[in-house]
Design a protein around this ligand. Structure first.
Ligand SMILES: O=P(O)(O)OC[C@H]1O[C@H](O)[C@H](O)[C@@H](O)[C@@H]1O
Length: 580
């Protein structure tokens, strides 16, 4: 399959987001294609064909008319455990929904969900189970992977986190100079960053969590750009800082360089032996953790049946968040996610929020032909939700071949983007109103974490926000687009656990229906190997003045100009750390 055209490194980020993804075949060593020829794709089934035909009827229907049908709207509302989903603004009739259930049946959705929960190796290209649900299962649950109940292992690590985080928080674990460690820098990227950042952002202003976080800071170092290092250590003292290196593989180039950089920051200030007190790790690869110089006793494990982008409920998220907020807050988070896991596993499809969300996304992408989805939380606390779901969704379902290696004759995955309301209204909503049809997830919260009322104002500040939340979907529905409204009805304050699990499972539903493997990410590997080639070239050019070779004309020109423009940097400069 040919690569899509992509933009050079000097192009703007938005352009890259819009068009620079490539569809990669599975790695060459995988999948004997001959054997796959007999595999049935979902688009060859009758329910898919029926939905295709049905699209023509829907295109003749205006959402305004659908919204006038009270009975239809009523059956498009579902409630579970404080969440209320209204999907009546979808361009869909009850007949559409029936047809989507038939599609789910043709995709053996129920059986596939059961296979996931029973620990089968549904991530077939990596020969692994997919059991992030076990990360938040109650202590007495039994979830098997390869004939072994994994729940006790999960709780051993959770207990270890509880114990360690309490010691750090109460000052019985101190730094090398005897001072309490009040600040934490979590180093990690991708799944080892986005989920924990999202939850941290959501808890930051939660009144209960705020109390527990007093006097403490949690920062995230993800980018290998040294500016990110500088910003992370700015104002922090190594004596009172704990660094958590988070990496599933413990080989990710960016994370490891950042870890070496902060190791240098600590040891140059406090001596090399200080690393033992100031650096801990989260990984599935404890051998490499030890090799790096972190005591395995100070490492927190997880397992290969946890995909990186599904790992926020493992030590990846639980350790940094427990250090910041205390384990009890994080435990509540796990319980909320677990409630959705049980709902997803057992609720009938008509009442199953992740299943409905997933099927409607398939409808929008594969039948109505809308390739994007806007995630619009009317809550500043959810400001990092869209970036997190971007990875969960786009890395999971951005595939061009079926799970059996057959090139897909239809497109899978969608382009996710979003911003909290009302900020987005003053940015990109115009295009949704009048330019393109983009299905939107409007997410509202009943009670603000931080209510503000001003005497003399017509409404409270949160009601002002929610006025927009209620107005925008109708403006869109009666204008020219389709969207859905998802309202989370949390009793007091927002804890985003249920939203997270709902979206994780929604992505899984889409992947099951499209017949792809949502749990591998071979495409990402290509970029990594090309970066290795560039890294070698930069070293050779800087230290031995070797000319740039082996790249196409465009990259050769850009690399040469980059080297020329930075030629005043000495080939082997002394160790230099940011000073801000
Ligand atoms: O946790 P790590 O092994 O360091 O991996 C970090 C990230 O690396 C790659 O980009 C993968 O595609 C991501 O899924 C992963 O989350």
């Amino acid at each position: 399959m040919p690569f899509r055209p992509s933009h050079s490194l000097l192009d703007c980020e938005l352009l890259n987001l819009a068009s620079a993804f490539c569809q990669l075949q599975l790695p060459f060593f995988f999948i004997p294609l001959v054997e796959m020829a007999s595999t049935t794709l979902i688009c060859d089934t009758q329910p898919w064909k029926d939905l295709k035909a049905h699209t023509e009827d829907i295109k003749k229907t205006h959402l305004r008319d659908l919204m006038n049908d009270k009975e239809r709207c009523e059956s498009m509302m579902v409630e579970f455990d404080g969440m209320f989903l209204d999907y009546s603004r979808q361009c869909a009739t009850l007949e559409t929904i029936d047809k989507l259930y038939k599609l789910a049946e043709a995709a053996s959705l129920k059986q596939q969900i059961n296979r996931m929960y029973s620990g089968e190796h549904i991530n077939s290209t990596e020969n692994r189970s997919v059991l992030h649900v076990a990360l938040r299962a109650p202590r007495d649950a039994v979830i098997n992977s390869d004939g072994k109940n994994v729940v006790p292992d999960v709780w051993n690590v959770l207990d270890k986190i509880k114990d360690f985080s309490e010691k750090v928080r109460n000052g019985s674990w101190v730094g090398a100079t005897g001072k309490p460690l009040k600040d934490v820098i979590a180093i990690g990227i991708g799944g080892s960053f986005l989920g924990p950042l999202f939850v941290h952002a959501a808890l930051q202003t939660d009144p209960e969590a705020v109390e527990f976080a007093k006097g403490r800071q949690l920062r995230f170092l993800a980018n290998v750009d040294p500016i990110d290092v500088a910003r992370n250590i700015a104002g922090l003292n190594p004596e009172t800082t704990l660094v958590v290196v988070v990496s599933k593989t413990f080989t990710t180039a960016e994370t490891m360089l950042n870890a070496r950089t902060l190791r240098e920051w600590i040891s140059s200030a406090l001596g090399p032996s200080a690393v033992a007190k100031h650096m801990v790790a989260v990984s599935t690869n404890l051998t490499l953790v030890e090799k790096f110089g972190i005591d395995p006793n100070n490492a927190f494990a997880f397992w290969d049946w946890v995909g990186g982008r599904y790992s926020v409920c493992s030590a990846v998220g639980v350790l940094p968040l427990s250090l910041q907020y205390g384990f009890s807050i994080v435990e509540k988070f796990l319980k909320g996610a677990s409630s959705i896991d049980e709902h997803f596993r057992s609720a009938p499809f008509e009442k199953n929020i992740p299943v409905l969300l997933g099927l409607l996304s398939v409808w929008n992408v594969s039948f109505l032909g809308y390739p994007a989805r806007a995630i619009l939380p009317y809550s500043q606390a959810l400001e990092k939700f869209a970036p997190h779901i971007q990875q969960v969704s786009m890395e999971s379902n951005g595939k061009g071949v079926s799970i059996d290696g057959v090139p897909l004759p239809y497109e899978a995955g969608e382009i996710d983007f979003g911003e909290p309301g009302t900020n987005g209204q003053h940015s990109f909503y115009q295009l949704i109103h009048q330019g393109r049809v983009i299905p939107c997830d409007f997410i509202g919260i009943v009670k603000s974490q931080q209510p503000v009322y001003l005497k003399g104002e017509v409404v409270s500040n949160h009601d002002e926000l929610m006025s927009n939340f209620f107005a925008q979907p109708d403006a869109l529905a009666y204008g020219k687009t389709a969207e859905q409204l998802l309202k989370e009805n949390v009793s007091q304050h927002l804890i985003p656990h249920k939203l997270l699990a709902s979206y994780e499972h929604r992505v899984t539903v889409e992947g099951f229906v499209w017949g792809i493997n949502s749990f591998d990410q071979w495409g990402v590997e290509l970029g990594k190997s090309l970066a290795t080639q560039v890294r070698k070239q930069l070293n050779a050019s800087r230290t031995k003045s070797e000319p740039v070779e082996g790249f196409n004309f465009s990259t050769t020109t850009l690399l040469t100009r980059y080297l020329q423009a930075s030629s005043d940097i000495p080939a082997e400069p002394p160790t230099l750390l940011p000073r801000i």
